[in-house]
Ligand binder design. Sequence first.
Ligand code: ADP
Ligand code: MG
Length: 703
Amino acid sequence: MDTLTYLATPIEYLKGVGPRRSDILKNEFNIVTFNDLLHYYPFRHVDKSTVYQIADIQTEGLYMQFKGKIVSFEILGEHRAKRLAAKFTDGTGNLDLVWFNGIKWVEDILKQQSSFIVFGRVTAFNNRWNISHPELIDPQNRTENAIAQRFYPLYNTSEKAKKAGLDSKTVAKLTASLLTQIHGEMPEILSTNIISQHHLISLKSALFAIHYPENQEQLAQAQLRLKFDELFFTQLKLLKLKLLVTKKNKGHVFARVGDFFNDFYHRCLTFDLTSAQKRVIREIRRDMSSGQQMNRLLQGDVGSGKTITALLVMLIAKDNGFQSCLMAPTEILAAQHFENISKQLSTMNVTVAILTGSTKTAQRKQIHQRLQNGEIDILIGTHALIENDVIFNNLGLAVIDEQHRFGVEQRAKLWKKNIIPPHILVMTATPIPRTLAMTVYGDLELSVIDELPKGRKPVITKHLYEKDRLMLFGFIKKQIDIGRQVFVVYPLIKESEKMDLLDLQAGFDNMSRAFPLPQYAIGMVHGKMKNEVKEFEMQRFAKNQTSILLSTTVIEVGIDIPNATVMIIENAERFGLSQLHQLRGRVGRGGEQSYCILMSGDKLSNEGKQRLQAMVATTDGFEIANFDLKLRGPGDLQGTQQSGIIDFKIADIIKDEQLVVYTRNLAKKLLETDPDLKATENQSIAKQLQLLIRQDNFWGMIS
Ligand code: ADP
Ligand code: MG
C-alpha cells in the first residue's frame, strides 16, 4: 500500500483508538483519518533532551527531567485524600513525588525497581520541590528512552477527550505509533523547484520532526516547512479565486461620470472631500470602468467618511443607468443610512428605498416590484437584501458596510443578483494590518481612507473609577446644559441576556435619580427590544428629545449623531480594544470637543489596565489595532473569525509576517507564469490545490 492510501485509513483503525475515541477525535479535533492525526501538530514541545540536576531547579512551573533513585515511598491519607508519596534523590538534592490516581499501579512499579528518570512539572509545596504524577521512565528500556529523551510533544486536548483517556500524553503515543508505521515515500505537495530554492526540508521529514524533533534546529526547520505550505496554499487559493472571478466575471463598464454625480458634488455636498476620499473615489472609478468586476475593500477609521464616499460611487452607477444597494449589519444602521441618504438626495431625482427584516409584507411586495421594474435606484437594507426573492432590474453596484459582520459567502450571494455580477465595495472600520488584510481579504483589492475630515478635534479619553462617579455626573450635567448629548454603554457581562438587562435597568434607575425629569430625559435601547421600539428610542435621541441614551452594545457600529459629545463606557475593562475604539468613534463627529469616559472597577487585570491605558494614549485606530494584535493575537480580531481562512494550524499571521508577504508574492508569480498550473513541474501543487479547494467548497461560492 502506498503511503497516501495508508494515510487515508479511518482513525478508528489506529491501534489504541477504536470506535469511541475515534468519535471524540472526529468531533473535538476534526481528526478523521491517519493523515489528519499526522497534521494535528503539538502546540509546544518539552525539551527532554536534557537531564537536569535537582540542585539546578530555580523556579517552579517548568517541565524538567531528572535521573536518580526512589529512596522511600508510602501511602498516606484515606478515601479522596489517599495518595502515594515518594522521596526521590539524584545526589544533588531531593524531590517529592506524589500520585493521587493509579496508586496501586505505581506502587507495583516502585516495589520492583528504584532507579528512574522522572519527568514532570516542578512545583514548590511546603518549601520542597514536588512533582505530582511524574512520568516514570525506566533508564534500561531502550524504546521508552528513544522517545523520552528527546523533545516531547504537548497536544491540545479537551475535557471531553480527557474523559475518554485522550490526554496529551495519549495523543503523543498515538502519533508516535503512527509515525513508526510510515515506511514508504510520501508524495510532495510543492514543486522541486520551490523546495530547493527555499531550502525546505521534505514534507515527510517535516511531519516526523514536527512531532518528534531531535533538536531545536530540526524543529525549526519542520515549522518553517509546514508554515510555508500553509501560507503558500492559502495565498494560492485566494489568488486563484480572484483570478477565476475576474476571468469569469466580466464587469459592467461604468464609462462616465454624469449629471447625478456632478450635480450632487457641486450643489449638495456641504464640505470638501478629504484628499484620501478623493483618491479612493478615483481608485474605485478606475475599477468600475475597467470592464472587469470590482471587488474592493475600503478601509477607513470610524468617522473617516466612508458613507459619503459610497454614496458618490452609487451616483456614478446611476449615471450609467444602474441600480445599487447598500447593505448594513443592523436594522438601526440601515435605517440611519436610509434617513441620511434620503435627506442628502432630497433635491435630486434619485429614488431610495429601505428593505429590512421588519419591513411589512405589503410594503415588501411593493418594493420588490419597484425594484424589479427599475423604479428604485438605491436600495438600502440589511441581510434581507440578499434573500432570493429580491430581484433587481439592473444591479450594478453593491456596497457592504462594516464588513466584519459578513462573510465571503454573503458577498458571493450578491454576485448572483445580476447576470453580469455587480461591482462590490466592502467597507470596514476595523483597521487591519496589511498582511492580515492580504490573507483575510486576499481576494479583494484594498483602498484606505487614512485621513480624518478637517476640523475634527481628537476625542479626549479618560479612565475613571467608581469613586469618581459624582464628578462624572457633574460633568455630564454641564455638557447637557450646553445642549450636548451623552451615550452610556453597558457591556454584555452576565451569562444570560436577562441578567444584562437587569444591569442596564439598574443603570437606568441610577441615572434617572441623578438626572430627573423634566429637566433631563433619558432613553434606553437594547437588543431584546422590538425593532419599532428601538427605532423610536433612537429617533428621539437623534432629534435631541432625550439627552442621555443608555444602551447595551447595539449602538456599536456606525451610528452618526454629531451632537452627542460624551461616550461613557461602563465596565470598560470588559470590552475588547477594537470594540472600545468603535464605541469612541460614536462621538467626535461634529465640530465640538468630545469626550470618552472609560469607567472601570478598582480591581483590574494587567491586560485590562493595559487596554484602557492604550485607549487613553491614542485615538489612532491603526495603533490600537496593532496593540490589540500584540495583546491577543489575530484569532480574536473582529472580522477574522467568520472568514475561516485565518484559522491556521501553525502559521502566525503576525509573527510570520515576512513569510506571508513572501508566499503571497511567490503564489502570484506562479499564477502569472502558469495560471492553470499545467506545467509538469507544477503538478504536485495543482493536485494539492484541487484537494484544498474541494474541501473548502470554494467553487460553490463563485458559481
Ligand atoms: P464612517 O467612515 O465612520 O462611516 P461617516 O461616513 O459616517 O464615517 O462620516 C462621519 C461624519 O463625517 C458624517 O457626519 C459625514 O457627513 C462627515 N463627513 C464625511 N466626510 C467629510 C468631510 N470630507 N469633511 C467633513 N465632514 C465629513
Ligand atoms: Mg459608517
